[in-house]
Design a protein around this ligand. Sequence first.
Ligand SMILES: O=C(O)CCC(=O)C(=O)O
Ligand SMILES: [Fe+2]
Length: 351
Amino acid sequence: MENEASPPELIVQELTGDVPAQYVMPLQDRPSAAAAPAPIPVIDLGRLSSPDTDGGAAEEAAKLRSALETWGFFMVTNHGIESSLMDAMMNVSKEFFQNPPEEKQKYSNLLDGKRFRLQGYRSEMLKSEGRALDWSERLSLQVEPEEARRLDLWPNHPESLRDVLIKYATKTKIIRDLILRAMANILGLDEDYFVNRITTKAKALARLGYYPPCPRPDLVFGFKPHYDGGALTILFVEGQVGGLQVLRDGKWYDVISKPYTLLINIAECMEIMNNGIFPSPAHRVVTNMDKERLSVAIFYGADEETVLEPAPGLLDEKRPARYMKVKTKDYHNGVFGHFRQGKRFIDTLKI
Ligand SMILES: O=C(O)CCC(=O)C(=O)O
Ligand SMILES: [Fe+2]
């Protein structure tokens, strides 16, 4: 049985006392002591998509542009997801992580003690690569395309997780398209330029995250510094625990989300398509000594067969393409290989 091969000794929740050596970051890579808050713009999505009679939509679009050019992150309110559905999403996630380890391991993403699959539960990753482990547990489930959902890999406990996640992801998809269109408009491209490249065949992965309190936030990360690989990420962080940090001009800043707002960030496929005008930001999650933290991220990718390339409408003699063309499928393979070595595949595409 594939699940029996998982290493239960690494379930973070069960650890007590000081942190085990596998989680400790090398000295030069440890979390910095203090980070200033990032004044990330908050965009009212209702206003952004309203007919522009009073200049409201233009104002929101200007804020969005500024957020995308600087932080690569923005917050959204008035996004159309009822707070009751957001609460339900967080509650089912919490209930899942509260299951006993044996129950969670039934959904392990570890196939034979060595190979990982994209979907499933993991309490650690990349153990064999000699890099420090993240102080978090994750449950990843593919939510798009709809016909590719593997409901047999989705947990039964709590029973409502499936329904709630499907409802939630249906709503975030509407937000995705709204943002893709707004970005195309801001860049002066055909409104559907990005939507057409992401298509109904594009994959989306939901990742539920649980970060237990950690006795040594100075030594470990909840999630090591990284760039997201798809097109856009829509993130929902419970309450006001904080923990997420974003890199800007070589400095890490705290991202403080407000209750019931969503955080959206640009991922690398989108950076290629917009020719680096809106770069994909490095980000990470630090741990907290007293509080647990939960987050739900939906990663929207491009269609595997899509050729990723800087949009021709953005290029001219003065603004040449800064990235080589690559098929999404090849990009994903490249990212995986490079990430294991702590490198960025996108750097190999730069012209
Ligand atoms: O949990 C979070 O706040 C962020 C997680 C993240 O960056 C990711 O899953 O890629
Ligand atoms: Fe991320």
